[in-house]
Design a protein around this ligand. Sequence first.
Ligand SMILES: NCc1[nH]cc(CCC(=O)O)c1CC(=O)O
Length: 303
Amino acid sequence: MRPAEPLLIRAATRGSPLALWQTHHVAALLRAVDPSIEVEPVVVTTTADRRQDVPIAEMGGKGVFVKEVQAAVLDGRADIAVHSAKDLPSATHPDLVISAIPERGDPRDALVGCTLADLRPESHVATGSQRRQAQLAHLRPGMRFSHLRGSIATRLDKAAGFDAIVVANAALDRLGIPERASEVLDVDVMIPQVGQGALAVESRLDAVDVSDVLASIDHGPSRRVLEAERAFLAELGGDCDLPAGAHATVSDDVVRVDAMIGSIDGMVLLRERVEARDGVAAARSAARRLLDDRGGAGLLDDR
Ligand SMILES: NCc1[nH]cc(CCC(=O)O)c1CC(=O)O
């Protein structure tokens, strides 16, 4: 018997060590299902990667990380695009489909430099995320914040200049440096960003053969919570960085959504928890309560 024809899947990815780890992870998951699959990374250098000096918000929001990776799939240079789910805008491209959401990693944020208990009102924290700043400022009023962006390695290199920086714990795990976390913040202390710790693999809507293969590495519970979290983001109408976050979990067929909207100075922090079998409905209702009933819409407008 002849061996099966190898199936080549070209995977568009950013070139950072984290993005490459994620692409290799997707490749390993696919090959565990079908060893005849070969995954060839197609590295795309995004404008956002080249311009480390410019805040994300000024480059057009968080979609800047994914647009150029998606373009490689849309114009046929690649078959799939591997993204950090949290970098994906809430509305996907009309010609693309999220054909796999593999089992989610750690959704939590990590403090690097010192623990939460070590943070004083005079402490200086660096983060580029309005969500992280709003929640930390609420926990420890008075702290000074500086902007920080760049790859995880770049940010870790600059950590010594501050009392603490905040990064996704999944990134430390994936880069093999979990010991850099001074403290991993419980989701009750710091609500994570929509999609944090999860991967989203896109393919062309018309490439049914590719999406069939990817379906084999889709993880149902992870898809269910991610779709809920993304519905929260869509309801907020925000694809740029907002002082807002949502985290969903599923147990006994019930999805629980914890969501927050705050002011960047930490003076106001609104939280809601909604549980329902329909996670998307739960997330939308958490968003409506925060925006309409509790004044969150005004907070987002005032930024
Ligand atoms: N903001 C950029 C970004 N996009 C995805 C991750 C980490 C990996 C993940 O959340 O899956 C990071 C780094 C960070 O937030 O510290």
